[in-house]
Design a protein around this ligand. Structure first.
Ligand code: RB5
Length: 145
C-alpha cells in the first residue's frame, strides 16, 4: 500500500501519478490535499509519515511545489527516509543504497513524463541489502540529538 500526500503545488502532478498507479494496479491511500486551493504541506507529510510508521503503508509519495518542504517535514520522523528526486538515477540509487521509503518530487520542478518514470523506478527498484548500506542506514538515526 502506497501513501500519497501533496499540497496545492503538487496537486496536479499527483493526479498524473494516481492515473499511473491505477493503470499499473498499485494500491494506494490518498491523504490529500484534494484541490489546488492553497494549503500547508506539513499536514500531508505528517499523514504519510504516520501511515508508513504505523505499518498501514509501506511506501509513500509526497509532492509539493519543490518537493523540499514536504520532504524536510517527512524526514523529521524517525524511520522515514524521504528522498527528493529529480531524475531516475537518484530514484534508483536511493532505493538501492538508502532503502528510501518515501519519494518526494516537486510539482513545479519535474514534468509529468519524467515524474512517472521516477515513480516507476522508485517503486520497482529493490534495496540492495548490502551490509555497508544497512550499516549506514542504521547510523542515520544514531547520535543525532
Ligand atoms: C507552496 O507555495 C510551496 O512553498 C510549497 O509547495 C513547497 O514548494 C515548499 O517547499
Amino acid at each position: 500500500m502506497i501513501a500519497l500526500g501533496c499540497d496545492h503545488g503538487g496537486y496536479e502532478l499527483m493526479q498524473e501519478v494516481k492515473q499511473y498507479l491505477d493503470q499499473k494496479g498499485y494500491e494506494y491511500e490518498d491523504f490529500g490535499c484534494h484541490s489546488t486551493e492553497a494549503t500547508d504541506y506539513p499536514i500531508y507529510a505528517k499523514k504519510v509519515a504516520r501511515a508508513i510508521l504505523s505499518g498501514k503503508c509501506d511506501k509513500g509519495i509526497l509532492i509539493c511545489g519543490t518537493g523540499i518542504g514536504i520532504s524536510i517535514t517527512a524526514n523529521k520522523f524517525k524511520g522515514i527516509r524521504a528522498a527528493l528526486c529529480t531524475d531516475c538515477f537518484c530514484a534508483e540509487a536511493t532505493r538501492q543504497h538508502n532503502d528510501a521509503n518515501v519519494l518526494a518530487m516537486g510539482g513545479r520542478v519535474v514534468g509529468p513524463g519524467l515524474a512517472i518514470k521516477i515513480v516507476e523506478t522508485f517503486l520497482t527498484t529493490p534495496f540492495s541489502g548490502a551490509e555497508r548500506h544497512c550499516a549506514r542506514i542504521a547510523q542515520m538515526e544514531q547520535d543525532i540529538d
